[in-house]
Design a protein around this ligand. Structure first.
Ligand code: ATP
Length: 246
């Protein structure tokens, strides 16, 4: 499904990712932990191919295709979808219109009205995408777009941040549905999720967790065990592991 090999990425001429290797097999959901500024968003953006994130070496292989230098819209067409931590507003484009475009590009059978109903976004369909939306509404709008895209790899960057407890339940259940492993185009859906709070672990079956420190993956294992360790001891012990990688 997704294979990242020794990835080095620069942002604004500063090296942020310093040799990340990660494999997410078909149908697996992996969780990415790490302190602020360690490079989690950078990794997600690099997988999605945002131009600001300059890959200086290494490879990203998706379903056997080398996508390292492929433009973002082609990656989206191939089935990589992302929920951004801070999604941009798109002036002049209604959420309904964008959902239809996404649906037609991927040729999915998404029921936009039904998904909007589930996500309490019916009134937002006629509004410009994310413009003036609250934090929680933006997250739901991102999720609506993902449901329309039906990606085979879902990247979720802090899906629960800024979302109230009722809406975390709603979001968690929809994400669970998105990842539940139903076959999309003969493949199961895979996921990579960044979380600080760990709420999302209550909704998804996480196959593995990873810890990113200063642009390097320093640890992999059970997502629940890693989260418990972080909850109790912070990233202190990870600092020692980071020293071992230098
Ligand atoms: N244009 C830039 N120039 C220099 N450094 C940058 C630039 N853009 C981002 N960075 C730095 O890259 C580092 C990694 O940022 P990133 O957003 O990937 O971290 P993160 O792990 O997702 O953090 P958080 O948990 O706070 O969301 C940060 O130290 C950030 O300041």
């Amino acid at each position: 499904m997704l294979e990242i090999i020794d990835l080095h990425v620069e942002v604004g001429s500063k090296e942020i990712l310093k040799g990340v290797s990660l494999t997410i097999p078909d149908g697996e959901t992996h969780i990415l932990f790490g302190p602020n500024g360690s490079g989690k968003t950078t990794l997600m953006m690099s997988i999605m191919g945002l131009p600001k994130y300059k890959i200086t070496s290494g490879k990203i292989i998706f379903n056997g295709i080398d996508i390292t230098y492929m433009p973002t819209h082609e990656r989206a067409k191939l089935g990589i979808g992302m929920m951004f931590q801070k999604p941009p507003a798109i002036r002049g484009v209604e959420l309904q219109k964008l959902s239809e475009i996404i649906k037609s590009i991927r040729n999915t059978d998404a029921d936009i009205q039904e998904y909007a109903r589930i996500l309490n976004l019916e009134e937002h369909l006629s509004r410009e995408v994310n413009y003036g939306f609250s934090g929680g509404e933006m997250k739901r709008s991102e999720l609506l777009q993902l449901l329309c895209q039906k990606p085979s790899l879902v990247l979720l960057d802090e899906p629960e941040s800024g979302v109230d407890l009722d809406n975390i339940t709603l979001l968690g259940n929809v994400i669970k549905k998105l990842l539940k492993g139903e076959k999309v185009r003969k493949r199961h859906t895979s996921g990579l999720i960044v979380t600080h709070t760990g709420y999302i672990l209550e909704y998804v079956n996480a196959d593995k967790g990873h810890i990113l420190m200063d642009g390097k993956l320093v640890c992999s294992g059970s997502a629940e065990d890693l989260f418990e360790e972080i909850r109790q001891n912070g990233f202190g012990r990870c600092e020692n592991c980071l020293q071992d990688t230098i």
